[in-house]
Write a protein that binds this ligand. Structure first.
Ligand SMILES: *[C@@H]1O[C@H](CO)[C@@H](O)[C@H](O)[C@H]1NC(C)=O
Ligand SMILES: *[C@@H]1O[C@H](CO)[C@@H](O)[C@H](O)[C@H]1NC(C)=O
Ligand SMILES: *[C@@H]1O[C@H](CO)[C@@H](O)[C@H](O)[C@H]1NC(C)=O
Ligand SMILES: *[C@@H]1O[C@H](CO)[C@@H](O)[C@H](O)[C@H]1NC(C)=O
Length: 497
């Protein structure tokens, strides 16, 4: 009984041992199916998935690194989102390498076609592990069956194509936004094997192809180029964790320029118009505070709304962008026209005439800004900011001047101008509305003697109203001219520098 048991045990052991060493023969492989052939080729007795394909130098038999050739075909590239500093691509990535263990030319000479398969076939093979060094996330495309194509040629060349979708970081420099150009790279790097084991190459012929139908809404594609480098990971930067060494890396870079049409039509032109509208204020009279303030503040608010809508799409970088220079410039112009109004309005409400030596900007401004000039040493001192007291009207040179010399009032045709003055006793409102001719003719006033003071030849007396209108007239030219100069500098910087 026990001998029988022993015999059965021996038999079992023998069969187990036989199965263990049973390496399926590769002879007469011609009549095998694809599945049978690949099962035999990758059988555990002759193929180890964890072991990379090895070839040796002929001279001294040293292990050579395996060369992996990469090709990329870009189907799709989504708008770079400046806000997130990232972009999306859909790309077909093809890896090609030679695995001598999978050569079946000799064992199955009649099979000329490559063995084709999908993910299942790939999972039985060794794969060079390559990762996207600058990815935010990535995944294989395809719904149920992920889109992987594996092919093994008779000579052992393995080609693995996979369609991947990736979101990649692109550290953009937005200094010249929206006239910027960006270079965004896709970086592939070997994960496990350093350069003594695996070297990545771009395919010699057309390593990168962009789909001809590829269209970016906000950018124009200027070109793409590829680069092969070696990444050095040492124990200081720990780029590959504890594994120091040199790792093969590939990259391709796309050069993009932003299409400015949208920004010109939606930002630059409207803001130019808004700035121009703020100049309408200079054609309104200096004491028309409600319309002039309305115009100034509403253009300011409109412009800030326009600009903030623009700024929301951008990351909050600390450096100054070109669009911000434009924003600051336009804000200053609108602000300037408001300040001009405040200045002109203050002068309009003054009561004291100003004597100027010559009718030029320098003298007028100088005399206006320092009303207590040498010639006025005896007059009351009146602060620039303090409005004149109404009780002092009889001493006001302007009123004195009008009353003493009986200047015809029809030279003042603006009603508001007169409203201030009509409080003084010498005017009747009926005479005020008569004239519509030139206001404040300087010639009328120039040679007339003024009260107790005598004029030197060449001195001109200007009423505050005249001065404010003079300033307004100057502003009508100076503001547009300054804006033109600003534009000249701005657009030169944008397109030339
Ligand atoms: C393969 O199959 C063909 C017929 O399909 C046959 O003639 C041939 O002898 C077979 N070869 C081997 C090696 O079995
Ligand atoms: C390739 O990369 C290296 C290192 O990053 C760089 O010096 C070289 O300019 C790049 N070549 C091209 C064509 O971009
Ligand atoms: C690759 O790694 C091996 C062991 O991990 C190391 O001996 C070798 O120096 C490395 N080679 C390079 C080029 O980093
Ligand atoms: C990596 O490459 C650098 C030069 O490119 C070399 O100095 C260094 O020795 C290499 N490291 C290894 C481990 O081979």
């Amino acid at each position: 009984m026990s001998s029988l048991r022993f015999a059965i045990f021996l038999l079992l052991a023998a069969t187990v041992r036989a199965a263990d060493t049973d390496c399926p023969s590769l002879n007469d492989a011609d009549n095998l199916s694809q599945t049978q052939l690949i099962e035999r080729l990758t059988h555990g007795c002759r193929y180890d998935r964890l072991e990379r394909p090895v070839s040796y130098t002929e001279s001294n038999g040293a292990r050579l690194p395996i060369d992996v050739y990469v090709r990329a075909y870009i189907y799709f590239m989504q708008n770079l989102e400046a806000h997130d500093l990232q972009f999306k691509i859909h790309v077909l990535l093809q890896l090609r390498y030679l695995d001598p263990r999978l050569t079946f030319r000799k064992v199955a000479p009649k099979r000329r076609q490559p063995i084709l398969g999908e993910k299942q076939l790939r999972d039985t093979l060794w794969m060079p592990h390559i990762f996207l060094a600058n990815e935010r996330d990535s995944s294989l495309l395809g719904t149920n069956e992920k889109d992987i194509l594996t092919s093994i040629s008779p000579d052992g060349t393995v080609i693995i194509s996979s369609r991947i979708k990736a979101t990649l970081y692109c550290w953009m420099n937005l200094q010249k936004f929206p006239f910027d150009e960006q270079q965004c790279s896709t970086i592939l790097e070997s994960w496990m094997y350093n350069t003594s084991e695996l070297v990545l190459h771009w395919e010699q012929k057309r390593p990168i192809t962009l789909d001809p139908a590829l269209h970016l809404t906000e950018y124009m594609l200027h070109g793409a180029w590829s680069n092969e480098t070696v990444v050095n990971a040492d124990l200081n930067d720990l780029r590959h964790g504890a594994f120091a060494g040199n790792y093969s890396s590939l990259s391709f870079t796309v050069h993009l320029t932003r299409q400015v049409g949208f920004y010109v039509m939606d930002y630059f032109l409207p803001s130019m118009l808004i700035v121009a509208i703020s100049w309408v204020s200079f054609w309104l009279q200096a004491d028309q505070a409600p319309p002039r303030i309305m115009l100034g503040t509403s253009t300011m608010l409109t412009f800030i709304t326009l600009a903030s809508a623009q700024g929301k799409t951008l990351p909050k970088v600390s450096y100054i962008k070109v669009s911000e220079v434009w924003f600051l410039g336009c804000t200053l112009f609108i602000f300037g026209s408001l300040i001009e109004f405040a200045f002109v309005n203050t002068i309009w409400r003054r009561k004291r005439n100003v004597d100027v030596k010559k009718m030029n900007s320098k003298h007028i401004l100088k005399s206006t800004l320092s009303p207590r000039s040498k010639r006025r040493a005896t007059g009351r001192s009146r602060s620039f900011c303090v409005p004149p007291a109404s009780t002092q009207k009889e001493n006001d040179p302007f009123n004195n001047y009008l009353t003493v010399h009986n200047i015809p009032i029809h030279t003042i045709h603006e009603h508001e101008a007169v409203d201030n003055l009509s409080k003084s006793t010498s005017f009747s409102s009926t005479t005020l509305n008569t004239g519509d001719s030139m206001p404040y003719k300087k010639a009328d006033l120039t040679s007339v003697e003024m009260g107790e003071e005598h004029h030197n030849i060449g001195w001109t007396t200007l009423t505050p109203q005249e001065i404010s209108m003079w300033i307004d007239r100057k502003a009508r030219c100076i503001f547009p001219l300054a804006f033109l100069v600003f534009n000249a500098f701005f657009w030169t910087f944008v397109y030339v520098v």
